[in-house]
Design a protein around this ligand. Structure first.
Ligand code: ATP
Ligand code: MG
Length: 410
């Protein structure tokens, strides 16, 4: 009996040990299985996250995703570039966007949550204005709740930099406003005189009528010049590459022609013009070169009616074929604060024109600059008022087209 009891206890003990080992094995197995599943899920999740990041980086705009609590969770490569070295991940939107309109837009979407789309103007100094330099920058922003399976709310912000197109629109609007203003003055003078002349007896006083006709003629010439200038500049500024009629011509001959045209003004102002330009051939568009030289010499004469001015035109070509031409005068000059703007359309030095009745639209130098750039060259201006003003043009060598005398320069 004792043996029997002992044998039973032994068998039970063995069975118990086996069962508990089996249990332990299956527990280990399950733990391992769970670990494997977790690892596999994590790996899959990481791949998934990497794919999302790749897609976000491929977006052409800055992208931010923001948590319900208002923290930046995810950004793309464009957002990183904007914030440069600053790590903005996990930061609150207040810290990242400060109290800019971007912050308020995200906040309103987090609070409502209704999507928001609009354009914002940001002053210089914010991370978003770096590309616009010292000007305001303009952004189109799109803030909307993210469609997530979980219950938590996330918000996505996408931003598109529209600064360049807003500035281009502004320039166009200014151009139209300025051009209409410039045309209105001579037109209203002409229509006023026409009214006088067409009234009954308006032609009785022949001398007075003739005077009016002469004035009207001068203003028609002026309108013509403005329209011509506007056509030239819009042609030079059209999106296509400016079509230039390239051909070799004698630059000294071109200078002689424009001086002949300006001879009446030179004589009237007792100005002197010294020319030191070699009689060489350069390749370019003769029409635009005449405009370039005419505008520069005309400016030197026009701005210096009070005292006789001396104008020098010096040209030289170096061994590499680069051509440089300088137009120098010793007149009133251009104040340093105005120099950076003189090549802009319609820009005129206020000081010059409030004191005297110098006529002009402010298109001359912008035409000069565009025309030189269309030839691949550049122009710079330096001035010490009352002493010396120099416009320097440099032009790389241009090959004349062989078949037809027509070329296209970018
Ligand atoms: P437009 O040429 O269209 O008839 P404008 O002569 O006034 O008009 P720009 O030729 O573009 O216009 O010149 C811009 C401004 O630069 C001039 O109004 C003038 O104030 C200044 N400027 C240009 N050249 C000289 C110069 N040689 N000396 C002094 N001021 C100059
Ligand atoms: Mg001019």
């Amino acid at each position: 009996m004792t043996y029997f009891a002992f044998a039973c206890a032994l068998i039970l003990g063995i069975l118990f040990l086996r069962a508990s080992r089996k249990l332990r094995n299956s527990e280990e197995y399950n733990t391992q299985l769970r670990r494997d599943i977790r690892n596999r899920n994590e790996a899959r999740n990481k791949t998934h996250q990497r794919e999302i990041q790749r897609l976000l980086d491929a977006l052409p705009y800055p992208f931010f995703s923001i948590s319900e609590k208002g923290h930046v969770i995810r950004i793309n490569r464009h957002s990183e570039e904007i914030f440069e070295d600053r790590d903005i991940k996990d930061r609150s939107i207040r810290q990242v966007f400060l109290d800019s309109p971007i912050y308020s837009s995200i906040k309103s979407v987090l609070d409502t949550p209704a999507p928001y789309r609009g354009t914002l103007r940001l002053p210089p100094g914010s991370p978003f204005s770096s590309r616009a330099g010292d000007k305001d920058s303009h952004w189109e922003i799109d803030v909307r709740p993210l469609a997530l399976q979980s219950n938590s709310l996330e918000v996505q912000l996408m931003m598109r930099d529209i600064t360049a197109s807003v500035h281009a629109d502004q320039v166009r609007q200014d151009f139209v406003a300025n051009a209409s203003h410039e045309l209105r003055t001579p037109l209203s003078i002409i229509s006023g005189y026409l009214e006088n002349l067409t009234e009954e007896g308006g032609l009785d006083n022949k001398a007075l009528a003739q005077k009016m006709l002469n004035t009207m003629d001068r203003h028609v010439v002026r309108i013509n010049c403005i329209v011509e200038d506007m056509l030239v500049i819009s042609k030079l500024e059209s999106d296509e590459a400016a079509p230039l009629k390239l051909a070799p011509f004698n630059i000294a001959g071109c200078v002689r022609d424009i001086i002949e045209r300006l001879e009446p003004i030179i004589e009237q102002q007792k100005a002197s013009v010294e020319v030191n330009v070699p009689g060489i051939q350069i390749t370019g568009d003769h029409f635009y070169w005449t405009q370039i030289l005419f505008n520069l010499v005309e400016n030197a004469l026009k701005q210096n009616t009070a005292a006789p001015v001396t104008i020098r035109i010096d040209g030289e070509q170096n061994k590499k074929g680069n051509f440089t031409i300088r137009i120098t005068d010793n007149g009133i000059g251009i104040p340093g604060s105005d120099l950076p703007f003189i090549f802009k359309r319609f820009y005129r030095v206020e000081k010059h024109h409030t004191q005297s009745q110098v006529k002009g639209t402010g298109l001359g130098l912008s035409i000069v600059k565009r025309a030189i750039e269309a030839h691949g060259g550049n122009i710079s201006a330096a001035s010490t008022p009352g002493d010396q003003t120099i416009f320097t043009i440099t032009l790389p060598p241009i090959e004349a087209p062989n078949d037809r005398n027509e070329g296209r320069l970018a």
